[in-house]
Ligand binder design. Structure first.
Ligand code: NDP
Length: 339
């Protein structure tokens, strides 16, 4: 059998619930055609952007999921059987897979063999050495362009992307401040992940007063993972010629109605640069991937970058883990371990 997590119902606006997904056992009968590969899936990546793919009518950069079909996302797998040249049983693969135990990869879909010279956990290829790591690296360095001595503020700082952003900003000689949703996360940001200061945005009396205290010289680079009220508050602290890296706006993904930013005019007077990006276009560039893997491998080896994950066991627990991640249950990368 092939256990799968199906997309059952469009949640519309508001919170996604586990009932919008369904775990089923389906028979597995595989006759591979030329070019196809049968994968046994080991780890799944649980990502915020998947929430957007559950809105079937919305126009988004990523196609919506299909009702009655498995959710899909990044994953690490082992080749069980191959009809594709260059791939053999036992190869470890990073690719886009279904939320299921076994996936048949179509002939035209590219897959990536994992190269692991540092012998890091395989799930790191879904985190620090995978899509979220690349998001942090590209967003901060290519869009944020941090300079030594500048102040970088990161929201969603204790997540898969945020943990990496802060550490790279430290490597570049910046003062780094972050916000996250629990005291434990805040403590870890400072004790383990090199943040100079951090605060709990849920319990702080005023984000404005806290930013004033922790960023006395203002903010030069804002790496935005959350949007909404935090973005509005940060705008008033941006220094002239500051850069806003619009990576994500998770506070809006399950919101009944969007938050209206009221002080965008500051972008003009302070001559701010504000830029969004979608990392998949970078990941398609061989030059980018070489640069990213080269620098990250070096920094991990030098002990300048560390990472953490929240690993949930079993595909049957994946729907709950997805909902919980959106509510902040994870520290670092949220992973599902299947096998
Ligand atoms: P995380 O590991 O950071 O997990 C999501 C976290 O968001 C939760 O743990 C929670 O932590 C926080 N969160 C949830 N709701 C809110 C809220 N209302 N306000 C503030 N924080 C909230 O996920 P990722 O690191 O994978 O992704 C981080 C961001 O980056 C997301 O916005 C995502 O969409 C974006 N992204 C963008 C990409 C791109 O190509 N542009 C690629 C990958 C990710 P807490 O306890 O702190 O609330």
């Amino acid at each position: 059998v092939n256990k799968q997590v199906l997309f059952k119902q469009d949640p519309g606006a508001g919170w996604v619930e586990t009932s919008h997904m369904e775990v089923v056992d389906r028979p597995l009968n595989v006759q591979l055609k030329q070019g196809e590969v049968l994968l046994k899936n080991l780890y799944l990546s649980v990502d915020p952007y998947m929430r957007g793919r559950m809105n079937t009518a919305a126009k988004s950069y990523s196609a919506p999921f299909t009702i009655g079909q498995p959710l899909t996302g990044g994953g690490i797998s082992e080749v069980v059987e191959s009809q594709r040249d260059g791939y053999a049983k036992g190869d470890l693969i990073s690719s886009h897979i279904g939320w299921e135990q076994y996936t048949v990869v179509p002939a035209q879909q590219p897959i990536q063999k994992i190269v692991n010279p540092l012998n890091v956990p395989l799930s790191y290829f879904l985190g620090i050495l995978g899509m979220p790591g690349a998001t942090a690296y590209h967003g901060l360095l290519d869009i944020g362009e941090p300079k030594e001595g500048e102040t970088v503020f990161v929201s969603g700082a204790a997540g898969a992307v945020g943990l990496v952003v802060g550490q790279i900003a430290k490597i570049k000689g910046c003062r780094v401040v972050g916000s996250a949703g629990t005291d434990e996360k805040v403590e870890q940001l400072v004790s383990t992940f090199g943040y100079d200061a951090a605060f709990n945005y849920k319990t702080v009396a005023s984000q404005h007063d806290k930013l004033k205290e922790l960023c006395p010289k203002g903010i030069d680079v804002y790496f935005d993972n959350v949007g909404g009220e935090t973005l509005e508050t940060v705008l008033s602290f941006m220094n002239t010629h500051g850069r806003l890296v619009e990576c994500g706006m998770i506070s809006q993904y399950n919101a009944e109605k969007p938050y209206g930013i009221k002080n965008l005019m500051l972008v003009v007077g302070r001559q701010l640069k504000i830029q969004g990006f979608i990392i998949s276009s970078q990941l398609a560039s061989k030059d980018f991937v070489t640069r990213f893997v080269g620098d990250m491998t070096k920094w991990i080896k030098e002990g300048k970058l560390s990472y953490t994950e929240t690993i949930t066991d079993g595909l049957e627990n994946a729907p709950q883990a997805f909902v919980d991640m959106l509510k902040g249950a994870n520290t670092g990368k949220q992973i599902i371990k299947i096998a």
